[in-house]
Design a protein around this ligand. Structure first.
Ligand code: DC
Length: 229
């Protein structure tokens, strides 16, 4: 590429493999990596630790105004901090996973984080950045170079999350994923592709095959963009 930063926007539901595939792509191409879900999780973590009621506009306003947040965009070393506290592990707990949707559904929270994501994308100094979430292709970066909706069947997603832990665990994880999708899709439409967004269904692909397929799609899109330019 010449000059322009390549922006790869990737949306998809929980368990689609979005985060691991996005990070692998960023590593392979030496791009930055922005996990936007991590910022929503950090906001929820802070809200929970302060006892904030996400339905109270005044409390949400003060939460957003004081949200001192930093996230590493190097795909090799993901870390996140709220003020001086390293929250990298804390934002992945079941408590945060279970309550994050209540925060990410608040328009004031979304506006705050979307502005910060756009600033991070604009500040990227590598050749490109992979940005993943639920509304990246549609709201955060609708002009991205490459726009992809990464999907997988509910069964495939539950099986990946449950690992080797048996049918009962797969059923439990499937129910938890479905509940979170239902909450999240009331504010962001990540289950169907917007016009111009390419769907990549990874249900029948393993991790390496998913990375290879997405990398080929990125390469092809960059080439056709360069031909038009
Ligand atoms: O991708 P994840 O599970 O880490 O995302 C955490 C939560 O944040 C998820 O429940 C939905 C929300 N989210 C969002 O609303 N918009 C984004 N761009 C990314 C995540």
């Amino acid at each position: 590429m010449t000059g322009q930063t390549v922006v790869v926007a990737i949306d998809g539901p929980a368990g689609s493999g979005k985060s691991s595939v996005s990070r692998a792509i960023a590593r392979r191409r030496s791009y930055g990596y922005l996990d936007t879900g991590a910022a929503y999780r950090a906001m929820a973590w802070l809200g929970i630790s302060r006892g904030i009621n996400p339905d109270d506009p005044d409390q949400v306003e003060s939460l957003c105004a004081s949200f001192s947040y930093r996230q590493e965009t190097d795909p090799e070393h993901f870390r996140a901090w709220v003020a001086q506290t390293d929250v990298t592990a804390a934002i992945r707990t079941p408590e945060v996973s279970g309550r994050v949707s209540a925060y990410s559904a608040v328009p004031r929270v979304r506006a705050e984080l979307i502005a910060r994501f756009r600033a991070l994308i604009a500040a990227e100094t590598r050749d490109g950045i992979v940005v993943e979430g639920r509304d990246i292709t549609t709201v955060v970066a609708p002009d991205a170079t490459v726009r992809v909706l990464l999907t997988a069947s509910p069964e495939a997603r539950a099986r990946r999350r449950a690992g080797q832990r048996g049918d009962a665990e797969v059923a439990r994880v499937a129910a938890a994923l479905a509940a979170r999708d239902a909450k999240d899709s009331s504010v962001t439409s990540f289950l169907t592709a917007a016009p111009g967004v390419t769907v990549l269904d990874t249900s029948d692909l393993n991790f390496e095959q998913s990375v290879t397929a997405l990398d080929a799609l990125i390469e092809q899109t960059i080439r056709s963009t360069e031909e038009i330019a």
